[in-house]
Design a protein around this ligand. Sequence first.
Ligand code: TMP
Length: 207
Amino acid sequence: MARGLFLTFEGIDGSGKSTQSRLLADALRDAGHEVVLTREPGGSKGAEEIRKLLVEGDTNRWSPETEILLFNAARRDHLERTIRPALDRGAVVISDRFADSTRVYQGAVRADLRQTVDALHDLIIGVEPDRTFIIDMDPEAALKRGLARNSGEDRFEDFGLDFQHRLQTGFRTLAAEYPDRCALIDGNRPPEQVAADILPLALQALA
Ligand code: TMP
């Protein structure tokens, strides 16, 4: 398969990963690369429709098991229609979240379901990013920032501060599990400083 480069950003809600995804996309475009900036849940028409089901409404709207199925349904559509075609033509794909979010949110924090998450991932998705940037940020500041947006997409923020602390631990554990792929980046700094750490790692992955 002709291949571009697949980069992902991960982190707790409000960690600044969407800003960092944008900054990296801009920097790589300036360097002359074709960049497809996308996100999960979402990134294709069908997946954006599934997104609304997942991020709006009451915390108890879905069980963790149902969430796993919905996130994977959205991811499969995103992969078929957006990610694979872009990688096949040699583009850089930057996704704001991917399968690591399911490993941490549904596999470790919402419930202890990592085996189910891994089995379904292997069956239905079977793709890993080339490099993943995990933005590590103080949960209290991140939650405040996330809720201040008033986005109407607060279903996961509504699980509360303890949930965000457990997510932070989950992402740190994940970074240790995949040390070659995942870089843990200190997000408690101005965005330009955080971006300055990420760009050289992305350029290294491109080289
Ligand atoms: P976003 O706010 O970063 O766009 O993500 C939407 C929410 O969905 C966020 O709270 C994290 C959550 N999420 C999961 O729980 N599992 C997943 O697999 C993904 C992709 C996101």
